[in-house]
Design a protein around this ligand. Structure first.
Ligand code: 4NP
Length: 154
């Protein structure tokens, strides 16, 4: 596996946070994997992540400010080895758009950490600070699992 795309709805809360969390965990494990994130809607195209996502990421030493939102495009399905959706709606939308001969495997992100007990990363956009902290906790558990899986497979 050489590349991963994280996908949520707006690409300003969950998926850029996932990109930053996984980048940090992979770097600390000495693993080099290309990461990017995208949304299934174009509304926030070109914008930095939500200021609350930036703030809560920073509290954990993560840098999100340089990221810019974009919508998923057809080439993503050929360019990335794995595409991780944050929730079932994102997953269904990706499966609907997936070109016939695309190689990417499309999965729910929390399938990386089934023992966490939650299948979907809840959308924090309309909620408070607690939602952003919870998203970070879930993403960190998933990132830790991915690192363990990669190391175990080596
Ligand atoms: P995200 O959160 O999918 O985690 O980036 C959202 C961002 C924007 C909207 C909804 C969810 N929105 O409706 O604009």
């Amino acid at each position: 596996m050489k590349s991963i795309l994280f996908v949520c709805l707006g690409n300003i809360c969950r998926s850029p946070t996932a990109q930053a969390v996984f980048a940090d965990r992979l770097e600390r494990a000495g693993l080099v994997i290309e990461l990017d994130s995208a949304g299934t809607i174009p509304h926030h195209q070109g914008r930095p992540p939500d200021s609350r996502a930036i703030h809560h990421g920073r509290l954990r030493g993560l840098e999100l400010e340089h990221l810019r939102a974009r919508e998923v495009v057809e080439t993503d399905f050929h360019r990335f080895d794995r595409i991780f959706a944050m929730d079932r709606a994102n997953l269904a939308e990706l499966q609907r758009r997936q070109p016939t001969r695309a190689a990417a495997s499309i999965e729910l992100l929390m399938s990386l950490a089934p023992d966490y007990g939650l299948e979907e990363v809840p959308d924090p956009y309309y909620g408070g600070d607690q939602g952003f902290e919870r998203v970070l906790d879930m993403l960190d558990a998933a990132a830790q699992r991915l690192v363990e899986q990669i190391i175990a497979a080596c």
